[in-house]
Write a protein that binds this ligand. Structure first.
Ligand code: ADP
Length: 311
C-alpha cells in the first residue's frame, strides 16, 4: 500500500515518542534549537506544591486575621463618638432628673405637711401655695433651659442675619433694668454699635444670661459696666461687675452643665441651676465666637465675648 512520506513518518513517530518530545521537535524545526530540557523529580514537585499550599494558607490566615483586627479597630473608632454621645445623653438625663427631683420633693413635702395640719389657717395655706408657685416657676425655668440646651445640641441650623449689637443689647437691658433696680445696682453702658451675623434670639439669650448673672451675683449698690469694642479677635462685648467673684478653683468648671460655684454665701441664697453659662457657651460657639472670664473673689467678674466682625 502507498503512503505519502509525511504520513509514514507520523505513523512511525507516534507510538515511540511522547507528545512533549514531538512538540519540541516541531518547535525546533520551525524556530531553531531550544535550551536543553530540565527534568524535575516528582518528589521535588510535590514538596514545592506542599510548600506553596502551606504559604498560601498561612498568608490567607494572616490576611484574614489582619483584616478582622483592622475591621474591629475601625468599627471601634467609628462607634467611639456614638458611645460618647450615648454616655453624654445618659449623664444629661440623670443630671436633669436629679435637678427636677429636688424641687418636686420640696413641693410634695410642703403640700403634705399643709394637708396634715388640721388647723391650717388661710394665711398659712396661701403661704404654702406661694412657695409652691415659686417652685413651679423654677421648674418651668429649668425645663426651658433643658429644652434650650437640647435644641442647641441637636439642631445645628444657622438661621443667621445681620444684626445691630447695640439694638440686641439694649432690648435685653431694658428688660433687666427693673431687676437691677431691686438691688440698687447701676448699669453703665459704653456700647458702640457693630454689626454681627447671628440669631437675635440666641445672642439676646446670652446677653440676658450674663446681665442676669451679674445682677444675681453682686451685692446691693454696686455697678455693672457693659461695653463693646473692636479688637484683632473680632467684636468684643464685655460684662463687668463688682460682685462676689468666682474662685480660681471654680473658674474651669462654671461652663459645665449643672455646675454651681460652691460659695456658701451665694449658692443657697441665689437661685439657679448651673445651666446659664453652658447655654451661653454653646450659643457663642455656634456663632464661631468665644467666651472667657476673669474673676477675683470679692472684687468682681468680667465676662468677655468675642464674635467675628463683619467687614
Ligand atoms: P446659675 O447662675 O443658674 O447657677 P450659670 O451657669 O449661669 O448658672 O452659672 C454657673 C455658676 O457660675 C453660678 O452658679 C455662679 O457660681 C457662677 N457665676 C456665674 N456668673 C457669675 C458672676 N457674674 N459673678 C459670680 N459668679 C458667677
Amino acid at each position: 500500500m502507498f503512503f505519502p512520506a509525511f504520513l509514514k513518518s507520523r505513523q512511525i513517530d507516534k507510538p515511540s515518542l511522547p507528545g512533549s518530545i514531538r512538540s519540541r521537535i516541531r518547535i525546533e524545526r520551525r524556530f531553531g534549537p531550544l535550551p536543553p530540557t530540565v527534568y524535575i523529580e516528582n518528589e521535588f514537585v510535590e514538596n514545592a506544591r506542599s510548600r506553596i499550599i502551606f504559604t498560601l494558607i498561612t498568608l490567607d490566615s494572616l490576611i484574614f486575621v489582619a483584616a478582622g483586627g483592622l475591621g474591629y479597630f475601625l468599627a471601634g473608632k467609628t462607634l467611639d463618638p456614638i458611645k460618647e454621645m450615648v454616655e453624654e445623653q445618659n449623664h444629661f438625663i440623670s443630671d436633669s432628673s436629679h435637678e427636677l427631683r429636688t424641687p418636686l420633693t420640696a413641693m410634695k413635702t410642703s403640700l403634705e405637711v399643709a394637708l396634715m395640719n388640721k388647723k391650717l389657717s388661710l394665711p398659712e395655706a396661701k403661704e404654702t401655695l406661694k412657695d409652691n408657685l415659686s417652685d413651679v416657676n423654677n421648674l418651668q425655668k429649668l425645663s426651658d433651659n433643658l429644652l434650650t440646651l437640647n435644641r442647641l445640641e441637636n439642631y445645628k441650623n444657622k438661621d443667621f442675619k445681620k444684626l445691630s449689637l447695640k439694638r440686641v443689647l439694649n432690648t435685653n437691658l431694658k428688660r433687666l433694668t427693673p431687676l437691677a433696680d431691686t438691688k440698687k445696682i447701676t448699669i453703665v453702658t459704653k456700647i458702640n454699635d457693630y454689626s454681627v451675623m447671628g440669631s437675635e434670639t440666641e445672642l439676646g439669650e446670652v446677653f440676658s444670661i450674663l446681665i442676669e448673672n451679674a445682677i444675681k451675683y453682686s451685692p446691693e449698690n454696686t455697678k455693672i459696666t457693659i461695653s463693646t469694642k473692636k479688637t484683632d479677635h473680632g467684636v468684643n462685648i464685655r460684662f463687668k461687675d463688682q460682685g462676689y467673684g468666682i474662685s480660681s478653683k471654680d473658674i474651669p468648671h462654671i461652663f459645665d452643665r449643672f455646675y454651681r460655684a460652691d460659695q456658701s454665701r451665694t449658692k443657697n441664697i441665689v437661685s439657679g441651676f448651673g445651666l446659664g453659662l453652658p447655654i451661653a457657651k454653646k450659643i457663642i460657639a455656634k456663632h464661631s465666637g468665644r467666651i472667657s472670664v476673669v474673676s477675683q473673689i470679692e472684687k468682681g467678674s468680667e465676662f468677655n465675648i468675642y464674635l467675628p466682625a463683619l467687614s
